[in-house]
Each structure stands twice: as structure tokens, then as C-alpha cells.
Design a protein around this ligand. Structure first.
Ligand SMILES: C[C@H](O)[C@@H](O)CC(=O)C(=O)O
Ligand code: MG
Length: 456
């Protein structure tokens, strides 16, 4: 791609907002451990001197968003006054700088709150870059030369698995056929699965209604939450299996509910219902535990999926190398944005692990579609055994929402990373002063926040 003109691209403002939706009222998004999530995010807007803007977010479950907002404010100094063109020209060095401040790295490094904060800022920068280039993010990535794409990645800690040179070779190997794959994506989109039928707090009646709704919408893959009580799980999963039939695919997600041996025993007893994968059976940090579970469940034809809470590329490296994950669930808002996620895709490609992105959260469907589209066009070149999660919530709040038709994500067409909220959404759902939150406090639907939460 031709070099960016630096004129007007000095970053003069970075705003951050705490935005929350009252999803816990309907148990939407609930699972074994996150029993009452209010789908929320820290929402960043970056503005340049010439008025260009980039929007980025990181997903949260409600309380705690204010801590990420504070952390983003503490990281502003890495962005303000910089020229965006300089950042994009040597993105890997900028990434290293923002993730490795000599004092702040002590509160990470590259994990937890500080990495979520970094993700929101970097997501806004990628959105800005794609808007400046007037392309949807996936096309920005697809149109980059392999060397250029790889120049955005910090390879520190992963060169024992993949070097920069190998990454370039992997991308070059898929150059032929790329235009045809882009056309295929534009014409046919990318397959999706639904999690919307099986949130933990949903009644049996609602699960039945939703199974039929999503079957009618053309879905063939359905994910159900498990992990609180075995008898309930067996009953709910059997019901879903009956509703969807034996020709459709069932996945189950425990959201870290079990210890390793408990996971093995529990899932073996669900094996007659033929789940394709068990997702997050145990602690997201227990690499060898996941490998043990994978080995024990292999004879039952059940794979292990994980990644939505995988802290960074180093943890992914361990999971990918150890046989701890058969389905790699990159998340667009937990690790260090596109830069770090590309490195995970590249390691997964080299180690032959399928990537099926996680999207249960606000804005995640909007973002991960771009990444998986790029992967098909430029890296893996295949959709076999791969799907993008689809969670049917809060899309109406985005300027450029993802569109899923006949169980396929349609190719995003509008410039950017699809991360911009509508102005009315911020007016209503900014926390705690948005008009909807003020109404809900007044009506006693939620208690107002206590002192500690009022950092905004
Ligand atoms: C709290 C979130 O809704 C989580 O349950 C999402 C998830 O695990 C998934 O989509 O997978
Ligand atoms: Mg999950």
C-alpha cells in the first residue's frame, strides 16, 4: 500500500466512555459463572487534527468497566500528540511501547485489565486506519503485502514457534487464489453458529422457541451453556438435541466451571448427546489441564475449544503447542487487538488448529467477522470446520452492524472496524448518567452505583 500522507493525522483527542446495557434483566449472555452479565464496554474515540475519527472498544460484564476506563485514561499519553501515520508505519514498535511501559508493565504484563484497556485503544487505531484507507478492516488486511502485514506484529516471545520470515512465507503461500476467495466472501459470506438458544438463565420454553427460531433462520450449529448442575445440563442439552435433530451440531460451553477431572467425568456423561466441542471446561490458564481433558475426550469425538479468556499470544502459543485446544477461539477485545490476534492466527495456521472466533459480548461479532474474513482470504484459505460465533444482541446500537443472513455473516462493506456506536446509544446507555440508566435507577430496576464506581 502507498505510504500514508501525515498531514492532519496528529492525534489530538482520546475520549473514553463506560457504556452498559441491562442484559441481566433477561438473563441474556448468562453462563455458569457469569450469572447476571450486563453486556458493557469501555468505548474509545480517537480524533486527529483533520477530524478523522476511530472507534474502539473492549467488552466487559458491567461492574469493573470503570476500572478499565481509568486504565485507558492512564494510557492516553502513548497516543496523544502522535501522528497516526507514524504509528501505522511502525505499528509493532508502537505496540511494544504501549504494552511495555517500564512502570505500567508491572500491573500486567500483557494480561487482565491493562491488556483489555490496550485492546480498546488499539481497536480504535485499527478502525481509524481502515477509515483513512477507506476500506472495511478485513480489506485493509487482505490488501496488505505479507511483509507489511507482518510488520504490525511484535514477535517477541513467539519466535520459537513462528518467525517473521515464516509468517511471510505462510502468507505468500496463499497468495494464489486470494482474489477468488475475496469474491467468494463477497458473494457468500462466512458460516455462523448461534449461542442465542442456550444462555444459562433461559427457561426450557424459551430455549425451545429459540431453537425453532434459529432453525428457521437456517442455523445448523447451536451452542448451549452447561456446568452448574449435571441433571439440568442433561435435560437441557437433550431437549436442544431433540429440537434441532441429529443432523445438526451441538456445542457446549462451561465457562470455566470445573476442575480437570470433574470436567472429564461430566462431559463423558454428556457424550451420548454428541457435542462437537466442550468450551472452557476449566481455568483459562490451565494449559496442561486442557491437554489432559482433550486427550480424555478424544475417543468420544469431543474436542476442546477455548480462548475467549486466553490472556495473550504466549498463552495461545502454549495451548496450540500442547494439544490443549482443538478449536482456537480468538477474542477481538481481550488480547492486544489485531496486531496480536494476527500472530495467533499465524501460529494456529502453522500448528494446524482451526480458529473459530469468540463473539459473545458487545461488539465482538462486529469485529471478529473482519478477522475471520481476512483469515479465509489471506491465510488459511479454508472454511472447513470453522465458524464464527453469532450472538444476536445489541447490534442495533452500531452504525455498521454485522449482518447475518441464512446463518452466514455477510461481508462488511463500510470503511472501518464496524465499532462505532450510534449517538443515541451513548445518550441512553452511558453509565451511570445515560437517560436509560437514570430511568432504571429512578424506577428501582437497578440500584444506583456506589461511590467507588463513580470514577467517570
Ligand atoms: C458472559 C458471556 O456472555 C459469555 O457467556 C460468552 C461466552 O462464553 C461465549 O459466547 O462463548
Ligand atoms: Mg464461551
Amino acid at each position: 500500500m502507498p505510504a500514508l500522507n501525515r498531514d492532519g493525522l496528529k492525534i489530538i483527542q482520546l475520549d473514553v466512555k463506560d457504556v452498559r446495557f441491562p442484559t441481566s434483566l433477561g438473563s441474556h449472555g448468562s453462563d455458569a459463572l457469569h450469572t447476571d452479565p450486563n453486556y458493557s464496554c469501555a468505548y474509545v474515540t480517537i480524533t486527529t487534527e483533520n477530524g478523522k475519527q476511530g472507534f474502539g472498544l473492549t467488552f466487559t460484564c458491567g461492574r469493573g468497566t470503570e476500572i478499565i476506563v481509568l486504565t485507558i485514561r492512564a494510557l492516553k499519553r502513548f497516543v496523544l500528540g502522535k501522528n497516526a501515520a507514524d504509528i501505522f508505519t511502525d505499528f509493532a514498535s508502537f505496540w511494544r511501547a504501549i504494552t511495555n511501559d517500564s512502570q505500567m508493565r508491572w500491573i500486567g504484563p500483557e494480561k487482565g485489565v491493562i491488556h483489555l484497556a490496550v485492546a480498546a485503544i488499539l481497536n480504535a487505531l485499527w478502525d481509524l486506519w481502515a477509515r483513512i484507507e477507506n476500506k472495511p478492516l478485513w480489506r485493509l488486511l487482505v490488501d496488505m503485502e505479507p511483509e507489511e502485514l507482518v510488520s504490525t506484529i511484535d514477535f517477541r516471545y513467539i519466535t520459537d514457534v513462528v518467525t517473521k520470515t515464516e509468517a511471510v512465507q505462510l502468507l505468500k503461500a496463499k497468495k494464489s487464489g486470494k482474489n477468488e476467495r475475496v469474491k467468494y466472501l463477497n458473494d457468500n459470506g462466512y458460516p455462523a453458529y448461534t449461542t442465542q438458544v442456550g444462555w444459562m438463565g433461559y427457561s426450557d420454553e424459551l430455549v425451545k422457541t429459540l431453537c425453532h427460531k434459529y432453525l428457521n433462520l437456517g442455523f445448523t450449529h447451536f451452542k448451549v451453556k452447561v456446568g452448574v448442575n449435571f441433571e439440568d445440563d442433561y435435560r437441557r442439552c437433550s431437549a436442544v438435541r431433540n429440537h434441532i435433530g441429529n443432523d445438526k451440531v451441538l456445542m457446549i460451553d462451561a465457562n470455566q466451571a470445573w476442575s480437570v477431572n470433574e470436567a472429564i467425568e461430566w462431559v463423558k456423561k454428556l457424550a451420548p448427546l454428541k457435542p462437537l466441542w466442550i468450551e472452557e471446561p476449566t481455568s483459562p490458564d490451565d494449559v496442561l489441564g486442557h491437554a489432559t481433558i482433550s486427550k480424555a475426550l478424544r475417543p468420544y469425538g469431543i474436542g476442546v475449544a477455548t480462548g475467549e479468556m486466553c490472556a495473550n499470544r504466549v498463552m495461545f502459543k502454549q495451548f496450540l503447542q500442547s494439544g490443549g485446544m482443538q478449536y482456537c477461539q480468538i477474542d477481538s477485545a481481550r488480547i492486544g487487538s489485531v496486531n496480536e490476534i494476527l500472530s495467533v492466527y499465524i501460529m494456529a495456521e502453522k500448528l494446524k488448529v482451526k480458529v473459530c472466533p469468540h463473539a459473545g459480548g458487545i461488539g465482538l461479532c462486529e469485529m471478529v467477522q473482519h478477522l475471520q474474513f481476512w483469515d479465509y482470504a489471506s491465510l488459511s484459505g479454508t472454511m472447513e470446520g470453522r465458524l464464527i460465533e453469532y450472538v444476536d444482541q445489541q447490534h442495533e446500537h452500531f452504525v455498521d452492524p454485522c449482518i447475518v443472513e441464512n446463518a452466514r455473516y455477510l461481508a462488511p462493506k463500510i470503511p472501518g472496524y464496524s465499532t462505532e456506536f450510534l449517538p443515541g446509544t451513548l445518550e441512553k446507555y452511558a453509565y451511570p448518567n445515560g437517560s436509560e440508566w437514570q430511568r432504571m435507577f429512578k424506577e428501582g430496576i437497578f440500584p444506583p452505583p456506589d461511590e467507588a464506581e463513580l470514577v467517570n
